[in-house]
Write a protein that binds this ligand. Sequence first.
Ligand code: SF4
Length: 361
Amino acid sequence: MTQSAAQSPKNPGTSPPIAQVEGAQISALQTGLLDWYAANRRDLPWRQTRDPYRVLLAEMMLQQTQVPRVLPRWHAWLERFPTLEALAAAPTADVLREWSGLGYNSRAVRLQAVARHVVAEYAGIMPRDVPTLLALPGIGEYTARAIACFAHEQDVPVLDTNVKRVLHRVLLGPDVPKPLVNDRQLWALAERTVPIGRGYDWNQGLMDFGSIICTARKPACLVCPLRPICRAAPTIGTALAEQQGARRRAGRSDAPAAVPFTSTARFFRGQILRALGAQPANAGLTLDALGARIKPDYAAAERPWLHGLVAALHRDGLVTADPAPARPAAVRDGAAPYMTENAAPTAQDDLANVRVTLPHG
Ligand code: SF4
């Protein structure tokens, strides 16, 4: 089974390892993996629907959140926003409130941007083909193919981290200390592996297999049904042990001390959105009031730090700051893609007047 070039990432490369993968090896993988999936498939609610909106929601939530945490939130979200139209029409502040606690809140804004675009441009009907899906705002290679496969049952490869790892190990060899091929080459290989008419089970099965059996750090090679055909099986244990040894040695010498999560910008971004979500609609908070809610020992001297966080959230469309933060010079010049704690060039007294709210739209 091969896919059309129009459905591949641009210019997929080839390499000697990929050229050496034989059809018989791929057939054996297809048989072994589909047999394993038939006996071990997880009963997940987004596998009982082909509604593109529900599939898209699951994919967005699962991108950086584990299945057990996503399950109740997926149901709750659909209670609140049962259709693309409902999501498109909702105030962004409500969307962010509903997403609160899942982390990486820009996913919620992207999800609503897709909903608004599909409602405005496609009468609320999600496109089917990969090139058109790729043209939607915030939809990348993975998500476009996930919708094409999991909503429309097209035989396209869906390559997430787990799938990449499984294909690499079984067909090419150990993926440690580093992969033998790059992502584009792996996409080209993945195109050859999708069984005709079985793309849905194939991709779901690969994802399950990668998260249950062929995990990144502790693959269950001893009980793995693919062991007889797996090119990594003879050496994967040794390769992982050597990699872990190298990590330990680096940890003893010059590795930086781990930073507690509660000290990170990501933690405080979440705290800011949670504090604003608890406010009445459009009420907002000054920087100092916001700081007191997210940090017990907050002091006015920390306004520039807090303003830096707010400026980054403002730029991501997750909050509205009034007055709007000036764009940092480094970003204007294209030299730095992301500002975190760097304060915009605003005087300390001016910062006291900044009000922050969830987006009004
Ligand atoms: S034998 Fe080990 S490395 Fe190969 S697919 Fe199975 S779990 Fe993964």
